[in-house]
Design a binder for this molecule. Sequence first.
Ligand SMILES: Cc1cc2nc3c(=O)[nH]c(=O)nc-3n(C[C@H](O)[C@H](O)[C@H](O)COP(=O)(O)OP(=O)(O)OC[C@H]3O[C@@H](n4cnc5c(N)ncnc54)[C@H](O)[C@@H]3O)c2cc1C
Length: 400
Amino acid sequence: MADRPILIAGGGIGGFAAALALSRHGRAVHLLEQAADFGEVGAGIQLGPNVFKMFDVLGVTEAINEVAVFPDAAMMKDALTGDEIVRMNVGSDAFRTRFSYPYGVIYRPDLHNALIDACADQPLVTTSVNQTVTGFEDDGKIVRVFTKEGDTHEGTALIGADGLWSSVREQLVGDGKPRVSGHIAYRAVLPTAEVPEDIRQNNVVLWAGPKTHLVHYPLHKGEIYNLVVVFHSDRYEEGWDTFGDPEELTERFAGQHPDVLAMLAKIEAWRMWVLCDRDPIRDWSRGRVTLLGDAAHPMLQYLAQGACMATEDGVCLANRVAANGDDFETAFQEYQSLRYLRTARVQLTARMFGDIYHASDATADLRRVMLGAIDPAKPGEGMAWLYEGLDETGAQQFKL
Ligand SMILES: Cc1cc2nc3c(=O)[nH]c(=O)nc-3n(C[C@H](O)[C@H](O)[C@H](O)COP(=O)(O)OP(=O)(O)OC[C@H]3O[C@@H](n4cnc5c(N)ncnc54)[C@H](O)[C@@H]3O)c2cc1C
């Protein structure tokens, strides 16, 4: 028994964070990834102070700090008038003192590689690529995992970290396909030199327009610039990671501020995502099998927290495993009960933030007045429930 590793399906940010956290507690892990290589799409990711606390626990802070960018502010601007609606000075002393950790942005491959490199230094972590998990069998002592390629892996437990379209979830929860939000995202990165000088800044800028928004910020020591645009559409039912249609962007963003149009014009190769999430659930564990990250609680990206939540999951789960020896059933139940309300709150708040970003007419006026009333001397206070995060044991600190 002791020789069998914990199996993890999926080598994304969540899978590697969990592998690292478990190995730091002395547990052997074998990670199975469907792709031929480990890789993340070259786009940006925002990192709240709550995940920096987890980076400390995982021992990757130094590697992350070398490649992350620390913006001065995260701000929302009106995409029609160009007026600033609200600004959170995330680079200020007040923010860092309040939350003890910084707010950063990072190139996805940089974050992924920091976790992969840390796992490579851990003899307890082994990996296999070209392994598409199709199902599992849990006999109460051993979990057998089957792959499309015809292999069977035996483990002492299984963690499904296989993302939005999780096949582990399909067998464990069986609640069908994710919910198609009706929002489409196009993402791109471009060399910073190509960003007009008057737009370039060390800030996360979100241009909020009717049924649209555009976000830009610098990445990778400021060498590249990240762009995400989102708009409402009923053209796509479902899909993932296909090439977008630049003409559609011109149409959707017509009449918006010249800075928005200037950024859109810079991009030739956009990648398109059909954004999906799910309603929160209470129960994503059974016996020696559990879920983590997007497999457990997929969310829209409007709070910029999916990868942060997956990382918190990994730390929390490893901690409960460490506390329960080989009683995985108890460990997984404790883990999910520590995680489900926090992640449910992020899932549901993310939907609400999408409505706020995409407001028009009177709702947009209300947004301007309400967000404009936020006290700039207390940056991030409204997000304290999220940014305060967990303690180093992975236990929840926020109060509902
Ligand atoms: C436009 C956009 C912007 C975002 N911005 C942010 C942000 O700023 N901050 C933030 O924290 N989050 C953000 N997110 C969310 C974040 O990307 C996800 O929540 C996060 O990547 C989830 O990680 P994961 O490891 O759970 O899943 P994934 O990243 O989806 O990884 C799953 C892995 O499992 C593999 N896999 C899938 N099926 C199988 C199988 N059957 N067998 C084996 N392997 C399998 C996949 O190939 C993949 O490697 C954003 C998302 C989008 C779409």
